[in-house]
Design a protein around this ligand. Structure first.
Ligand SMILES: *Cc1c(COP(=O)(O)O)cnc(C)c1O
Length: 477
C-alpha cells in the first residue's frame, strides 16, 4: 500500500469512525451472537496471497462490528465505563502512525518528556502533593502488581529479588478488604506472597474496610512473626464503589511499616472535581496510587496512571540495564522501562495530552459532575419506589439497587432480580450488570459514558419498571 492508497483508505475509515460515533446509539449495544458465531465466519488458515484493503474493510463491517459490544453506546450502564473521545481516538491514530517504541528516553525523547509533563498535570488534577511522580501503565492490574513487587522488595530489603523468596526468613502478608478487586488476589499470587498470605479484612455496612479489623490482623501477624508488607486500600470498589477510610489505614501502615497502595481504578477520575475531593481524603499519604483514565477520563483503553512517592523504590525493583540498552544520556534522563514490568512501551501520553487540552480540566470536571448528578437522580427514583431499595451509598456514578417486592424470601428475590436484569438487557438498547453485596444479588447501573444524557438514564429506569411488570406477570401466571 503506497502513501496515496493509504490516504484513500484512511479517509474512508475516518468517515466510518465519524458515522460510528454519530450512530452507535442505534446499534444493538450487545451482539446477538452465540459462542463460535464469529469464528465460523473467518477462514481457519491465513491467506497465501494478499487481499485488497476494500475486502478487509468490508469484512470488518460485515463480520466484526456485529460481533462487538459497544462500550461507547449512550446506553452503557454496565461494569464501569470504558470511554473514548474524539481527541483520544485522534491521538491513538497518530501514535499508531508513528509506531515508535518508547522504552527509553533515547528511543523517543518526546514520548518520555510528554509522559512526564502529562503525568504531572494529572497529579495536580487529582490533588496529589508535589513529590509524587507518575508513569503510565497498561492497566490497573499491572500497576497493582508493580506496587506489590515494590512493597515486597522494600519489606525484604531487596533480598526477595536478589536471592529469591526462599531466602526470606520472615513470611510476608498483604491486606485488603473483602470487597477489593480480584487484581489484588492475582498480584499477590504473581508477586510470590502466596494467596494464603492475603488477609481479607472485614467491611462495614457500607462495604468499606474496617480499620479496627485491619489493626487486629496486623497485630496478630506481627505477634506470629509475619511481616506486614502491603495494605491495598480501595477508593471506589468494583462491586459498590465503597471507600475505605484512608487516614486510619495510613496511620496503621506507618505503625507497622507496611506499603500503602491505593486502588482508585475507576473513581480516581472523580478526584479532579473539587467537591468530590473529600472522598479521597488521606490519599496523599499513600506510597502508591493507581487510577484509570481509560475508565472515566475519556481516554481510550489502555491508559492507567500510576503514582509513587519514591521512584527510587521502583528503580530498585525493576531496573535492568543490559549493555545494548545503555545510552550516553542515562544519567540525565528518565527511562520509563525501569518503572515497571515491560521493556517496550506504547506512546500513551499523546492521547491523554490531547484529551486534557481539548476539554480542559473544567470540561472534564463538567463530564464527571454530570454523570454523578444523573446517578444520584436515578438513585432518588429507586428510593422513591416502595418496591425497590438502594443496596449501597452512591458517592460516584454507580447505583446498586434491588427489586424488593414484599413477602418474598431472599432466595426468591435473588432469582427475581436476575430475571429482571435479563429482561432489561434483552432489548439490547442498554446494558446493566449485577454483583452480590452481603450475599444478595443486586443490579448495578453506572452512569459514566461520555454521551449518556438524562433521557438515556430516564429510559433505563422506565425499562426497569417495564421489566418488573413483565417478570411480575410471568411469575404470577
Ligand atoms: C477496573 C478495576 C481494576 C482493574 O482495572 P484494569 O485496568 O482492567 O486492570 C482494579 N481495581 C478496581 C477497583 C477496578 O474498578
Amino acid at each position: 500500500m503506497d502513501p496515496e492508497e493509504f490516504r484513500r483508505h484512511a479517509h474512508a475509515l475516518v468517515d466510518w469512525m465519524a458515522d460510528y460515533q454519530r450512530d452507535v446509539g442505534s446499534l444493538p449495544i450487545t451482539p446477538a451472537v452465540a459462542p463460535g458465531d464469529v469464528r465460523r465466519q473467518v477462514p481457519h488458515a491465513p491467506p497465501d496471497d494478499g487481499e485488497p484493503f476494500e475486502t478487509l474493510f468490508a469484512d470488518f463491517r460485515r463480520v466484526i462490528v456485529p460481533g462487538m459490544t459497544h462500550w461507547n453506546h449512550p446506553g452503557w450502564f454496565a461494569y464501569f465505563p470504558g470511554n473514548n473521545s474524539p481527541p483520544s481516538i485522534l491521538g491513538e491514530m497518530l501514535t499508531a502512525a508513528i509506531g515508535a517504541q518508547c522504552m527509553s528516553w533515547a528511543t523517543s525523547p518526546a514520548a518520555t518528556e510528554l509522559e512526564q509533563v502529562v503525568m504531572d498535570w494529572l497529579r495536580q488534577m487529582i490533588g496529589l502533593p508535589a513529590g509524587y511522580v507518575g508513569v503510565l501503565q497498561d492497566t490497573a492490574s499491572t500497576a497493582t502488581l508493580v506496587a506489590l513487587l515494590t512493597a515486597r522488595e522494600r519489606a525484604t530489603d531487596g533480598v526477595a529479588g536478589a536471592r529469591g523468596l526462599g531466602a526470606v526468613a520472615t513470611p510476608l502478608a498483604v491486606y485488603a478488604s473483602r470487597e477489593a478487586h480480584s487484581s489484588i488476589d492475582k498480584a499477590v499470587k504473581l508477586a510470590g506472597y502466596g494467596l494464603d498470605m492475603l488477609r481479607h479484612i472485614e467491611v462495614d455496612e457500607r462495604y468499606a474496610l474496617r480499620p479496627e479489623a485491619l489493626a487486629r490482623a496486623l497485630e496478630a501477624d506481627r505477634a506470629a512473626g509475619v511481616r506486614p508488607a502491603c495494605v491495598v486500600a480501595s477508593v471506589g470498589t468494583t462491586s459498590s464503589t465503597a471507600i475505605d477510610p484512608l487516614r486510619p489505614i495510613a496511620e496503621l501502615c506507618r505503625r507497622y511499616g507496611a506499603w500503602l497502595h491505593v486502588d482508585a481504578a475507576y473513581a480516581g477520575a472523580a478526584a479532579i472535581v473539587p467537591e468530590l475531593r473529600p472522598l479521597f481524603d488521606g490519599m496523599e499519604e499513600a506510597d502508591s496510587v493507581v487510577f484509570n483514565p481509560h475508565k472515566w477520563l475519556l481516554t481510550n483503553f489502555d491508559c492507567t496512571a500510576y503514582f509513587v512517592r519514591d521512584p527510587a523504590a521502583l528503580l530498585g525493583t525493576f531496573q535492568a540495564t543490559p549493555e545494548y540498552l545503555r545510552t550516553t544520556y542515562d544519567a540525565d534522563v528518565v527511562n520509563f522501562r525501569d518503572w515497571g514490568i515491560q521493556l517496550g512501551r506504547r506512546f500513551r501520553a499523546l492521547k491523554l495530552w490531547f484529551v486534557i487540552r481539548h476539554y480542559g480540566v473544567e470540561g472534564l470536571r463538567a463530564v464527571i459532575r454530570r454523570h454523578v448528578a444523573m446517578a444520584r437522580e436515578f438513585a432518588s427514583w429507586v428510593e422513591a419506589d416502595p418496591d425497590f431499595e438502594l443496596a449501597a451509598p452512591v458517592p460516584f456514578g454507580l447505583v446498586c439497587f434491588r427489586w424488593k417486592p414484599v413477602g418474598r424470601s431472599e432466595a426468591a428475590l435473588d432469582a427475581l432480580n436476575a430475571r429482571l436484569l435479563a429482561a432489561i438487557n434483552g432489548g439490547r438498547e442498554r446494558f446493566l450488570t449485577h454483583t452480590r453485596l452481603g450475599g444478595r444479588y443486586v443490579l448495578r447501573l453506572v452512569v459514566g459514558q461520555r454521551t449518556t444524557e438524562r433521557e438515556h438514564v430516564a429510559a433505563a429506569w422506565e425499562s426497569v419498571r417495564e421489566g418488573v411488570r413483565g417478570v411480575g406477570e410471568a411469575v404470577s401466571s
